[in-house]
Design a protein around this ligand. Structure first.
Ligand SMILES: Cc1cc2nc3c(=O)[nH]c(=O)nc-3n(C[C@H](O)[C@H](O)[C@H](O)COP(=O)(O)O)c2cc1C
Ligand SMILES: [Mn+2]
Length: 476
């Protein structure tokens, strides 16, 4: 199977038709597919660009003019590898990756969770075509990307998906983690408190043992979406990826440890996180649009780097649309499942701005919104505000939600405040380093019992139905 996607090494800009995408769900074939389906969604830049701010500036500038293409940087100063950014920067591309329409994304995610598919272990894999070990391990060979002016001068890897195994259950876990390159073989890693990787690392650390870890970079969007599954640690994200692909993801065992990584990834960094070892990490501009300060974080020591023959380095510019879009399908599915378990008549859950969840329901009694609010506020560090509205309010329309808040609530009722609740240190309003914060719930449903009668403006339906616009307009 030839590598195509613009034949970056040959710079022809021509693409061969990818053959069997379902069997070859990798980054390159996905870019090729986007080139075929919507050519203007891939922007090839052949001029040499600087990894210090320039790649980030180009994607940012495009986004500021409402353009969200995949940007393929064929030549990045200081590295032999091209960089591709903004792979998952549009709903259209997420839907293309999952073979559905943008409207069906939610259902496809739910289907993958209901029908997960186990990965298939291979003996050999493209991602191990090249293996660098011992003195050949050098994180400096990767593109050394720096994003925002207040960020650390150290470069970051932003699209790495980390694999680790729970030492007690043996279950594997996937999640994204920013990696700050410190030396040829070390990178500081940010693990949000209470999330699965943090919990796994603490288990190793309290046993005084290093945590084996692998980070893979450069994957088909189904891998990214599946890695962002939220919920129980009993569920292995690899199986969700299989569910999203509707076929097993091919994985291969690492060269230096027992972890499994996608056979068709572009790069894998293998190594471990030692117990009790910390290094200063940050600042780094995050998804909120603000930089987090510096803090002492665990250190990933790299023992091997493996990659394909002509690997492409995947990048996500932190804080832009792609970063906000990617976690949404996994998060909305999780929160809808929780809300429906609490109140079965919950109709929709929408996460449209950071840390904020809108929920609609067909309310049967006035206690239901409060119960949903309580469940969701407690469920996740990334849920800080929950607003509940009636089912006739479209939760994807900020204006309708704001109108419901304005007209259905009063400060003396339907407002829920949760104190000292686990939030995220990435929230600039959270001033405690342990991430504890205050959370807010708003019941913006109409009270069922009212002292004053209330009716919505409605022109009689039969009269509306009797009006034919074509007649009215042609009478002019
Ligand atoms: C681009 C991107 C970067 C992320 N970076 C981090 C990170 O540096 N640290 C972190 O803890 N979570 C990060 N996340 C969020 C985790 O991937 C997410 O919370 C994940 O679902 C947690 O998995 P878990 O449920 O297995 O704990 C990032 C997410 C995205 C989309
Ligand atoms: Mn997990």
């Amino acid at each position: 199977m030839p590598r195509t996607s613009g034949d970056w090494d040959r710079q022809t800009g021509q693409v061969e038709r990818g053959k069997n995408l379902i069997l070859m769900p990798d980054l390159c074939s996905f870019i090729d597919e986007v080139r075929r389906e919507r050519p203007r969604d891939v922007l090839d830049l052949h001029r040499t660009v600087s990894p210090r701010y320039e790649t980030a500036a180009i994607v940012t500038k495009l986004e500021q003019s409402a353009r969200f293409p995949i940007v393929f940087f064929h030549h990045v100063e200081g590295s032999a590898f091209p960089v591709v950014s903004n792979i998952c920067g549009s709903q259209f591309r997420l839907a293309l990756a999952l073979r559905c329409s943008t409207r069906e994304l939610r259902d496809r995610y739910a289907e993958a969770c209901e029908r997960p598919v186990k990965p298939e272990l291979r003996k050999a894999a493209p991602v191990q075509e090249q293996v660098f070990e011992q003195n050949d391990v050098n994180l400096r060979m990767l593109p050394q990307l720096v994003y925002h002016q207040d960020d650390s001068p150290n470069p970051y890897i932003t699209a790495a998906i980390v694999v680790a195994r729970d030492p007690q259950t043996g279950k594997s876990n996937l999640s994204f983690h920013r990696l700050m390159i410190m030396s040829r073989k070390t990178a500081a890693i940010f693990m949000a408190r209470g999330k699965h990787l943090d919990l796994i690392y603490r288990k190793y650390e309290s046993a005084g043992k290093p945590m084996p870890m692998a980070a893979f970079i450069g994957v088909h969007p189904a891998c990214s979406l599946g890695a962002l599954h939220t919920g129980s640690s009993d569920i292995e994200e690899y199986d969700i990826i299989g569910g999203l692909l509707r076929s097993p993801l091919r994985v291969v065992r690492c060269v230096t440890n027992q972890l499994e990584v996608p056979a068709e990834a572009e790069f894998v960094l293998e190594g471990f996180v030692a117990p009790q070892k910390r290094a200063e990490e940050g600042p780094f501009g995050e998804f909120t649009g603000y930089a987090t300060g510096t803090a002492d974080r665990p250190v990933f020591t790299v023992e091997a780097i493996t990659c394909r023959h002509s690997p492409i380095f995947q990048d996500i510019v932190s804080g832009l649309t792609e970063h906000l879009l990617l976690p949404i399908p996994g998060m909305e599915h999780h929160l809808l499942t929780l809300a429906q378990a609490t109140v079965p008549s919950t109709t929709r859950v929408k996460v449209s701005v950071p840390l904020t969840v809108f929920v609609s329901l067909k309310k049967q009694d006035d206690s239901q919104p409060g119960r949903i609010i309580e469940t969701l506020l407690e469920s996740d560090i990334y849920v800080k505000h929950v607003v509940v509205v009636d089912a006739d309010v479209d939760v994807s329309d900020l204006r309708q939600v704001a109108t419901a808040i304005a007209l259905h609530t009063r400060p003396d009722r339907g407002i829920f405040i949760e104190r000292r609740s686990p939030g995220t240190e990435l929230d600039p309003s959270c001033e405690s380093p342990d991430g504890l914060t205050m959370k807010l719930g708003i019941d913006a449903t109409l009270p069922r019992e009212r002292t004053r009668p209330l009716s919505k403006n409605r022109v009689p339906k039969e009269v509306l139905d009797s009006i034919h616009l074509s007649e009215i307009l042609s009478a002019q």
